[in-house]
Structure formats: structure tokens, C-alpha cells
Design a protein around this ligand. Structure first.
Ligand code: FAD
Ligand code: NAP
Length: 313
């Protein structure tokens, strides 16, 4: 039986692996369906992780040493997709795609979340070259430039506010004239002089050239009027898919407490409502969706697993 099964090998999973193995657990396996590193490996540059400030280094470069460090302390990697984590009596059963099963005393689920795409023409082509889903990560690349934000929820409006401190002009493009964001946020953001609202409008196409995004083609849904807007970047905030499928029972219910958005409810120790089951990183409630916080969660969960095993097993 494994001491701990870690599901997902992004910053949260790798850090959980580091803390559990370096903390003395001998039998820890990280199930990561791809190469370890997580979603940050898609980033062209990372400049907000404390202590890492090397111009031109990609997310892939950044994550390079993480797995080596974990493997040095004894973390094992199974490059397999996990289908389900279930609790049977006092332990967990990890069922892999294909049916193979592992038993574990504890589990830390770190499968992250995936920003939704809007499905607009040009979105995939220019992703990472003017199309972004992370203002904290990429906003600085558009210093004193015009950008657009797509969406009308709390994330879109809060990130528009964040971008307004960096960019010269921020256009919030929303498909309706009513916002899903809380009224107080809408009022606050409407008062910011360099944020302009374009409502009842859809983005028909994201335009660009070899250098990246140059503009968007817009269509007003009420008047059918078409227009073009010159911008250097567009931030797409149309919701997130939480990668919580491994925590579902066969009937679709969850094995632990989950909120309305499908995020896993945890306390400050990353404990879920199920004893011995921890989650860390973007999958949890209130996640800031940053590498530094995902890694912090992984460390907390790793330390909690060590205590749990000392107390219970
Ligand atoms: P993830 O990094 O999402 O890792 C989850 C891992 O779980 C993945 O590797 C996935 O393959 C694996 N997995 C999922 N399901 C299964 C399964 N069923 N079985 C096995 N494995 C599974 N943050 C910053 O702090 N600074 C930045 O500059 C920055 N830039 C970003 C740029 C981009 C383009 C993106 C997409 C994100 C960026 N972020 C940035 C956000 C940051 O990457 C995330 O907050 C962070 O990676 C979350 O870590 P995590 O470990 O929770 O999840
Ligand atoms: P969200 O509330 O689901 O909003 C998504 C927005 O994107 C909606 O305005 C939606 O339009 C729009 N949209 C969806 N698909 C689209 C598409 N294909 N093209 C164009 N627009 C599209 O997502 P979120 O803003 O990420 O928030 C998620 C949850 O977290 C919410 O419950 C939110 O309240 C919460 N949150 C809270 C805070 C806070 O409390 N401070 C901060 C951030 C997030 P429609 O409105 O027309 O559907």
C-alpha cells in the first residue's frame, strides 16, 4: 500500500511530492498523465515567482528542475491518467485509465483547473501571442498598450481593473448588457476612466499577424452593426473548468464536499471533508491560480499527510 498517492504533477503535485518524500515517507507515487510541470509549461515567460527572474525563460525552463528535485528525494512517477479516487474502508483506491488499481493510505489531488476558451475564430491561433487567460501572468507584457477583456463575470471585471493599472486602455467586451459580476464590482469598475465597456457585443474574430494580435472584429447583437477594434492583446475570462472528475462517484456525485463551481472545499490545511483526502492548487476553493500559491498548497498538504500518517496508521 502506498503511503500517499498524488494525482497531478503540476506545481502543487510536485511540491506535495517534495514535502512528503523529503519528510520521510518512503512510498509516494505521483500519477501524472503527461510530462510533469502542469499548465505553466504553456507559458512563454514567468516573472512573478519569487527568486526566479530570468528574462526569456519559458514556463518549461522554469519547471525543469522541479521533478529532478522530487525524484532525488524518492518520489516515483507513474505516467498514467487517473480515472477515479475512491475511499474504501480506511484507505483509498486509485483507479487508472484501463482499470489498474493502486491502494494508498492518503491521497492528495492536484489536477488543477482549465480556463475555458470562448470558441472565437483566431483564439487558438494567437493563444500565447496576444490571447491570454491570465492577467497577473501576462498583463505586464501589455504595459501602456490597448487590450480587451472578454466576459462579464467577476473574473473579467476584476482582471480588467488589474489591467487598467498597467495598460493604457482596457475594453471590456460582453455579449449582454447585464453583468454576471456582482453589482458592487460593476459599479467600481465603471468608475475607472481607462476602462471602456462594449456591451451586447460578440467577438467574431481575433485578428493578427506574425507578431501576434492586432485587433478584433466585433458585432453588436442588437443592431447587427460590425466594427473593428485595434488592440495588442485580448484576455479571455469566460469561466473555468475545474478538473474534478477523479473525485466523482460512478453516479456523478462527489466523494467530498464541492461548491457550486465544482471547486473542492478545503480548510487552511488543505483537508477535504473526507479523512485522509487532501487537495492542493487550482482545484480548490478560493484558489488564486498562481504557481506560488499552488506550490504553497502542495507543501501544506504534504506536511498534513505526514501528520495524518503519524496519527492514524
Ligand atoms: P496544473 O498546473 O493545472 O497541474 C495539474 C496537472 O494535473 C496537469 O499536469 C495535468 O496533466 C494533471 N492531471 C489532470 N488530470 C489528471 C488525471 N486525471 N490523471 C493524471 N494527471 C492529471 N501562474 C503564475 O503564477 N505566473 C504566471 O506567469 C502564470 N502564467 C500562466 C500562463 C498560462 C498560459 C497558463 C495556462 C497559466 C499560467 N499561470 C501562471 C497559472 C499557473 O500555471 C497555475 O495556477 C498553476 O499551474 C496551478 O498549478 P496546479 O498544480 O494546481 O495545477
Ligand atoms: P462566470 O461567472 O461563469 O462568468 C463567465 C462570463 O463569461 C459570463 O459573463 C458569460 O456571459 C461570459 N461567457 C461565457 N462563455 C462565453 C463565450 N463563449 N463568449 C463570450 N462570453 C462568454 O465566470 P467567472 O467570472 O470566472 O466567475 C466564476 C465564479 O467565481 C463565479 O461564481 C464568480 O462569482 C466567482 N468569482 C468571484 C470573485 C469574487 O467574489 N471576488 C472573483 C472571481 C470569480 P453571460 O453572462 O452572458 O453568461
Amino acid at each position: 500500500m502506498l503511503d500517499c498517492a498524488i494525482i497531478g504533477g503540476g506545481p502543487a503535485g510536485l511540491t506535495a511530492g517534495l514535502y512528503t518524500t523529503r519528510g520521510g515517507l518512503k512510498n509516494v507515487v505521483m500519477f501524472e498523465m503527461g510530462m510533469p510541470g502542469g499548465q505553466i509549461t504553456q507559458s512563454s515567460e514567468i516573472e512573478n515567482y519569487p527568486g526566479f527572474f530570468e528574462h526569456g525563460k519559458t514556463g518549461m525552463d522554469f519547471m525543469d528542475g522541479w521533478q529532478e528535485q522530487c525524484f532525488h528525494f524518492g518520489l516515483k512517477h507513474e505516467m498514467k491518467k487517473v480515472d477515479r479516487v475512491s475511499k474504501v474502508d480506511d484507505h483509498f483506491v486509485i483507479t487508472l485509465e484501463g482499470g489498474e488499481e493502486f491502494e494508498a493510505k492518503t491521497a492528495i489531488v492536484c489536477t488543477g483547473s482549465t480556463p475555458k476558451r470562448a470558441g472565437v475564430k483566431g483564439e487558438d491561433e494567437f493563444f500565447g501571442r496576444g490571447v491570454s487567460t491570465c492577467a497577473t501572468c501576462d498583463g505586464f507584457f501589455y504595459k501602456n498598450k490597448k487590450v480587451a477583456v472578454l466576459g462579464g463575470g467577476d473574473t473579467a471585471l476584476e482582471e480588467a481593473h488589474y489591467l487598467s493599472n498597467i495598460c493604457s486602455e482596457v475594453y471590456v467586451i460582453h455579449r449582454r448588457d447585464q453583468f454576471r459580476a456582482s453589482p458592487s464590482t460593476v459599479e467600481r469598475v465603471k468608475k475607472i476612466p481607462n476602462i471602456k465597456f462594449i456591451t451586447d457585443t460578440i467577438v467574431e474574430e481575433i485578428l493578427g499577424d506574425n507578431m501576434g494580435v492586432t485587433g478584433v472584429k466585433l458585432k453588436n447583437k442588437k443592431t447587427e452593426e460590425k466594427s473593428e477594434l485595434d488592440i495588442s492583446g485580448i484576455f479571455v475570462f469566460v469561466g473555468h473548468n475545474v478538473n474534478n472528475a477523479v473525485l466523482k462517484n460512478e453516479d456523478g456525485s462527489f466523494i467530498c464536499e464541492v461548491n457550486e463551481q465544482g471547486q473542492i472545499v478545503v480548510d487552511l490545511s488543505m483537508k477535504t471533508s473526507v479523512e485522509g483526502l487532501f487537495v492542493a492548487g487550482d482545484i480548490r476553493i478560493e484558489a488564486p491560480k498562481q504557481v506560488v500559491s499552488a506550490a504553497g498548497d502542495g507543501a501544506v498538504a504534504g506536511l498534513q499527510v505526514i501528520s495524518y500518517i503519524q496519527e492514524h496508521v
